[in-house]
Write a protein that binds this ligand. Structure first.
Ligand SMILES: N[C@@H](CCC(=O)N[C@@H](CS)C(=O)NCC(=O)O)C(=O)O
Length: 213
């Protein structure tokens, strides 16, 4: 029996989980879901109703994307994403998840938060971008010369930010961040985890992820 991942293709949390599963070659049955119509099987495993959810073959449920990343990399970490200061990486990822993501959502869905303007939300989100730009002006990746857990946990959110207003992002003053993001988006790893899967229906055959290269 193989592990099962409930996923949603465009969700940045699910993307980061798939990145770690793919790099560590942890094979899963991928169940692509629709957020508006979550399968009962997934809710029975994790009642909070967020993706990603990983069910291990021994029944263990891992329903936080970062925990899925760490679980996968602890089994196999061929590119040493876990190398470096774990505490510092977690602290930056925390800032991403608990501060930046909030501003990103408000920037993206500004019409749902009419108390302030789109510009206001974007400027708050930019505090985090500036911090990343500063780091990337010294080294090509957030924690040095090579990709780490922090890059892969944060990049899907920066990609989402860049897509809210592409024209604005393209002319924005974040040269190092833009190169870092472009390298990620053009990477084989990212392309491979963004492959489209049919929506999972109970009766349907299972999709295997990652695909054997
Ligand atoms: N802390 C969770 C957050 C996951 C999350 O919020 N995922 C979003 C999709 S990007 C979700 O499932 N939202 C529930 C919904 O929209 O109903 C994690 O890291 O896995």
């Amino acid at each position: 029996m193989t592990n099962t991942l409930y996923s949603f293709r465009r969700c940045p949390y699910a993307i980061r989980a798939r990145l770690a599963l793919a790099v560590s070659s942890q094979s899963v049955f991928l169940r692509e879901i629709i957020l508006k119509n979550k399968p009962a099987e997934m809710l029975a495993l994790s009642s909070k109703g967020t993706v990603p959810v990983l069910q291990l073959s021994d029944g263990t449920v891992v329903d936080e994307s970062l925990d899925i990343m760490v679980w996968a990399l602890a089994r196999r970490d061929p590119n040493n994403w876990l190398q470096g200061s774990f505490t510092e990486m977690l602290s930056l990822i925390d800032e991403n998840d608990f501060e930046f993501k909030g501003w990103l959502d408000k920037y993206k869905y500004a019409d749902r938060f009419p108390e302030h303007s789109t510009l206001y939300y974007r400027e708050h989100a930019e505090d985090f971008l500036m911090q990343l730009e500063n780091r990337l002006s010294y080294t090509p990746y957030l924690f040095g010369q090579k990709i780490s857990l922090a890059d892969m946990a944060i990049l899907p959110f920066i990609r989402q930010f860049s897509g809210v207003d592409k024209d604005w992002f393209e002319q924005s003053a974040y040269p190092f961040l833009k190169v870092w993001l472009a390298n990620f988006i053009n990477s084989q790893l990212f392309t491979s985890v963004m492959k489209k899967y049919p929506i999972w229906l109970e009766s349907e055959q299972q999709s295997i992820f990652p695909e054997i290269q």
